[in-house]
Design a protein around this ligand. Sequence first.
Ligand SMILES: [Mn+2]
Length: 495
Amino acid sequence: MQRYACSRLLSRWGFKAKWPNVVLIGPLKRRWFGQPASQTHPHLIAEGEITPGLTVKEFHSRRCSLVRSALKTFQGVKSTEHHLFIFPSATTSFMTNDIPYTFRQNTDFLYLCGFQEADSLLIIKANSDSVITGDHESILFVPRKDAAKELWDGPRSGADGATVLTGVDAAFNSNEIEKYLQHYNKDHKNYVIWYNHAQPVHAVFNNRIVGLLMHDKRHKCVENTMNLMHRLRVFKSAAEISLMQQSVDIAAGAFIDVMKFSKPMINEAQIWAKMDFECRMRGAEFLAYPPVVAGGPRANIIHYITNNQVVKDGEMVLMDAGCELHGYTSDLTRTWPVSGCFTEPQRKLYNATLHVQEECIKLCTQAYSLDEIFTHMLHLLAEELLVLGIIPPETPPAQQINLTRKYCPHHVSHYLGMDVHDTSSVSRSMKLQPNMVVTVEPGIYIPSDDYSVASKYRGIGIRIEDNILVTGSDPINMSVTCPKHAEEIEELMSK
Ligand SMILES: [Mn+2]
């Protein structure tokens, strides 16, 4: 407990009355929070952890890293002594009256404090002395305890519970945000506001922040936190890599059961349901995105998520699916014959894709950027398509690459982490570095109506995707347990 810092802050604002709640550690141990905690869910969360596998200490050091890297950009500028970081949480979205969509916490907010409740807000206060240490004060604003609301929606942590859960320096009810910001603005001049104003995640809080701070020119400037956060999040800690490995293992195990389960005349919806079931049964919270379950020629629609057709004997299924475990995602794709046996044209296209994929995985080292691996993928695929006769032999080299882009219209990779398309503001032209996790996912898609290609190949779409950990030496394929060689898949499906 940061008792001193907290009481100092409280008295400065004249909020003395709430302090006695904060020290009631005993009763807190026996009550429910708004999220699993070591006190209530010891099977899930160890002492000292905020979310499974991630400690109070790790969250604190993330905030220190944020402060250090932000302040570095302002080093030596005297008038920017004070820095105010603002991170709102997500809010609940409704599909119709009273019916909420599954809640997912905002990624940056979750990364910095691990608090799971909607309509919360994290403030981080620092001054220019913190450029080396990252020292800061962290303050959470959370939904207030409300017996009537909690009767319907379950327990809330409240301000006192939030402090105990997350180890922030202080927490208050979210209806006190305005008062806090007004005080801060009055007490400081020429401070820097760090806030993602370009993509506000919480409309109500955004209006307050903009209304109270942005229009009053006491601040020196407003800096977007997006690039800063993505640069931090792109590098995974040991604990994060372990969580990502668990997420990948769950998805890989589920894929095996889904392949075994599939048979001719199965509906794509049933394959989707099986994947969802197997991931949840293994402990995942939910699928990380609406999966692509595309039978036959529907595999040529890259983001096909309708998933409601029958897969006929002789067709393949392309499934792009992954799950989310304690905030970390997996993202795998496999393509397999629904009957359990590849036809010869399918096998040829499949092995071509697989060969390119395996070569691209080897390139996931510090010597390459994702864009460079993409360029290699295009050249490797072009060679394969020439051998298969899909690209005519007389095609000039530049035209070969253009044609290859037609048959594989997407990139080969993206960063992976808490978000599926993780840290999207980190350039893919940057060389890979250890502790980044990336996907490798080449594909070949031959449209049903492409009469320039032999009829046996038309309507076939294939993608193979693994999740790769970049290290100081060889890349590690985190999804190596998910079968992908044609013979392995046939063997698996014959059982
Ligand atoms: Mn992907």
